[in-house]
Design a protein around this ligand. Sequence first.
Ligand code: AMP
Length: 402
Amino acid sequence: METKTFAELGLSSKVQAAISAAGYTSPTPIQAAAIPIAVTGRDVLGIAQTGTGKTASFVLPMITRLETGRARARMPRSLILAPTRELAAQVAQSFEKYGINNKLSLALLIGGVSMDDQVKKLDRGVDVLIATPGRLLDHFQRGRVMLMGVEILVIDEADRMLDMGFIPDIERICKLLPPRRQTLFFSATMPPEITRLVSQFLTNPERIEVAPPATTAKTITQLFRFCDNGEDWAKREVLRELISSQNVKNAIIFCNRKVEVAILHKSLVKHGFSAGALHGDMDQKSRMETLDKFRSGELKLLAASDVAARGLDIPDVSHIFNFDLPWQSDDYVHRIGRTGRAGKEGVSTSLVTIDELKSLKDIEKMLGEPVVWIGEPPSAEDFAEAGKKRRGRGGRGAQRQR
Ligand code: AMP
């Protein structure tokens, strides 16, 4: 792909000035491909994940397009749907950053925080409404927001919405919007349910697919540590050893279940580590507080679940630990993509128990090369044992409780 400059993408001069102020010198591939299409008002299907610069690829053209026209009471001019509160809050931050030269009004409808201020803003009229689907429908049903003025719809991280069971909500919302609108749709993967949604609600979209950052990032050293003893206490001991032996500036430690996040967090604190936790059950305020402390360096370690961490903009993480191996290999890519950004060196270390050797095989297949073990690798017998153990195992229902 030829290298484009921001000046060639059709963005307004105010937006270009904000990009320079943000310190960006050239567009990322998704930005170079999506922005020229989006500024013309056409629909975009962007297959891209966090870390590719996808947020700016819709925020920048939106600001440009919203420069003409004005907001009317209770009728937002554009709507962004995001799967989690954190992602919604981050998109809002992007509007503030890239919209410093524009006087756009914005409201955020998310769970867990008082919405009185946001409702007042909606009453006055907003250019941009950012919401999680359930919250939006809630406000719509109470008559606090009308959707027939929406000119631009963005659906961010659609595959995550699918994982979280939001697709029926998305369908309901899309049907409430004017059919003549622009839709910018982003998803890291394209399972059949998402393809169906795209064909139902997008009009002749330009499909833009970019490589996931993690698989292209050669700056991440990926290590695996086999845990012979798969008991949680034994894994925590291994984890402590790893943290102490690696030169950890700051790290995110991923667990598959939210209860494990809480247990691990407690244990780390008990062992004298500076650690916080982030999981789906926490209220908005404590999540934000924890995140701020982690960003500022006050907390060095952050135990997190995938849902809680999805889409978070946390620069400069030196290490990732997978306390549990993720069930899906694209979650693995997401997790490790939190390190090794912007050419910096990053290390990810994954603990692997005998029960997880099947998931490991999937990850290995995706990476296209054998994984690198620190310590003793699992033996052929371990792999054979793993095959036997998996049969007859129930209780996978906990997977959803993230
Ligand atoms: P995203 O994929 O939207 O989560 O963005 C990932 C990170 O890249 C964010 O921290 C952005 O601030 C940053 N970013 C976005 N666009 C650019 C760019 N053109 N040059 C450098 N950094 C960027």
